[in-house]
Design a protein around this ligand. Sequence first.
Ligand SMILES: Cc1cc2nc3c(=O)[nH]c(=O)nc-3n(C[C@H](O)[C@H](O)[C@H](O)COP(=O)(O)OP(=O)(O)OC[C@H]3O[C@@H](n4cnc5c(N)ncnc54)[C@H](O)[C@@H]3O)c2cc1C
Ligand SMILES: Cc1cc2nc3c(=O)[nH]c(=O)nc-3n(C[C@H](O)[C@H](O)[C@H](O)COP(=O)(O)O)c2cc1C
Ligand code: SF4
Length: 643
Amino acid sequence: MSGKLEHLFSPVTINSLHLKNRAVMPPMGTGYGNRDGTVSERLVRYLERRARGGVGLVITEVCAVDPRGKGFPAEIGAWSDDHIPGLAALAGAVHAAGSAIALQLHHAGRETMKDFAGALPEAPSDVPSVILNQPCEAMTVERIDEVVRAYAEAARRARDAGFDAVEIHGAHGYLVCQFLSPFSNKRTDAYGGSDENRARFAIEVLRAVRSSVGPDFPLIIRVSSDELVRGGYDLSYMKWLAPRLVEAGADALHVSLGVYSTPGGLTIASSDMEEGFNLFRAREIKEVVKVPVIGVGRITDPRTADAAIARGDADLISFGRQLLTDPDVLLKAHNGAYDDIRWCLGCNQGCIDRLNFEMRAVTCSINPDCGYEYLRTGEKADAPKNVWVIGAGPAGLSAAMEAAARGHRVTVFERDAEPGGQLVSASRPPHKDGLAKWTRWARRTAEKAGVELRYGTAVTEAMIASERPEAVILASGALPAVPPIPGIDGAIVHDARDVLTGKAEIKSPAVVLGAGYVGMETADFLMERGAAVSVLEMSAAPPVPAFTAHGYWLHRRLKKGGRLVLNARVCSIGAGEVVYELDGKERSEPAAMVVTALGAHSERVLEEACAGGGCPCIVVGDAIQPRRLIEAVHEGAKAGREI
Ligand SMILES: Cc1cc2nc3c(=O)[nH]c(=O)nc-3n(C[C@H](O)[C@H](O)[C@H](O)COP(=O)(O)OP(=O)(O)OC[C@H]3O[C@@H](n4cnc5c(N)ncnc54)[C@H](O)[C@@H]3O)c2cc1C
Ligand SMILES: Cc1cc2nc3c(=O)[nH]c(=O)nc-3n(C[C@H](O)[C@H](O)[C@H](O)COP(=O)(O)O)c2cc1C
Ligand code: SF4
């Protein structure tokens, strides 16, 4: 074993379950389930693929114990014996791929919508969810008893379906956590008020599950170690509670954090949080219990996990999004092949933001196979072609990797001296260096697959006309937009990409025009380098929403170190100032440098040349329309597969 990692790759036991290593895939909702709560082929193939990557224990996504506990329409369920065959197929596939599997038992409580739950959401008290703001109903004691029995029944079904363990979802502001929390539990009966009373529901669920599955069946409980909301419980409460959970039947504790309204989205942390930022909480819990503790939270690198186990922070480590991005991360680390790992960006774009804000099934921005395992055949092309890819941005590199994997002869032309396209500048703001890592990984992977990369070579119409490639993938991206503002061609005005790549010298005070991601991140970059920054934005609402994890931290840093002016219509740029209109009045902002972040326009002129030369051409990424990384990567890969 050249990767060592002997702590991570040592066996461990949870009750009667022997795990081959200490790497866990934590529960992650996908939206792949069938509407009736049964397991789909898509879900089976997706989890089977993660198991093939060598993880010791796979924990499924949330699985509703009662239809009224469903948190989203495609959530799987275990409230009926009709669910058992699908669950058994899932457990069987994961076992055959070499991992153990646990089912996560869930009731969303107030964190759902009437349409998903089929009735008014139910909760300890009729206090609506802060985020969803849906009316909800306080549970009667009879209903509490019924739901406790539903957990026990669902656990029995999991065992009958061949699962190795169950995990009670006691975290993230769902029903069990809602009972624990003074933030959501306002009851005055035996289930509310004191620390003991608020813990009663969790304890009853654990006891009921234990008596339903017997003494040997492993029972994990996931907890939020600290809610991190005003009026919620904190780590000291969880340290008091943890031994009581063990006494009630828990064989392991999975130490997560936060609830829906925790500022900064710390439950599914963005790249703004450092690797392993939550491990200290696992350690604190480990100090008060004797059962295994699972640590989680922005752990991507198996070396971090190994060191955490060695230090005694946790006994097992969960790799969540990293397993979406690269299901083989553990195998690669085990072999010491770190350069081959595709690292999770912590962007949330393709996974949780897509599920929560776009109501679409999960994938990964930079792994276009994630969630599509059931459709991928890996077949080679019948007739390999000479393929030209124009542009080595994310769309072009993704197209090239995929086309080469299918056996085509691929040449990528890039007019710049290096690959990456807009990612070269996008990787420079604070916490964005993951994009540079992705570019290095993509370049290496493409080269290993036999792709020829030609830098400093701009493809022209004449080249296409004379060489007539058999197929073209046009991934020529987008260039910055330059709106007709008087003075925009002045010496103090620079495009954000030039500022980020060091082509323009930083001067203070700096005025950034546009508060989209490019503007906000360039402001972040300038503030980190000591510049005084104002951001002027024409819209009334910030284009970067503060409800996403990264958006929250961008706004927070700007508030601390700079200024965002909304409703500001820029009129002109002069020597040392930007003149803008706000509330019908003209105002001036002093500026030693003005940075434009005012959008982009697509470059697709070569499409016509291809049509003229009779070359089949697929346009992908920002060349179609300026958008995001996920569209660039997924469209590029699709073109590479289909050419
Ligand atoms: C500062 C900044 C931050 C960003 N941050 C994010 C982010 O956090 N998340 C996100 O989702 N998106 C982000 N984006 C947007 C994202 O980078 C783009 O959506 C993505 O790069 C588009 O990829 P692409 O491959 O289609 O085009 P590009 O990245 O534009 O690449 C096109 C490439 O084609 C080359 N090219 C063009 N014409 C020719 C030719 N004739 N011959 C040879 N080569 C040619 C160009 O030189 C370029 O390298 C950011 C953009 C910027 C500028
Ligand atoms: C798309 C997505 C869905 C998630 N769904 C669940 C879930 O069903 N149950 C749960 O307990 N946690 C869920 N989580 C949280 C993860 O289990 C994990 O705690 C979190 O992603 C932090 O780990 P990571 O930084 O390694 O990704 C989800 C996370 C993501 C990204
Ligand atoms: S979408 Fe972003 S955060 Fe989610 S798994 Fe992929 S790289 Fe990681």
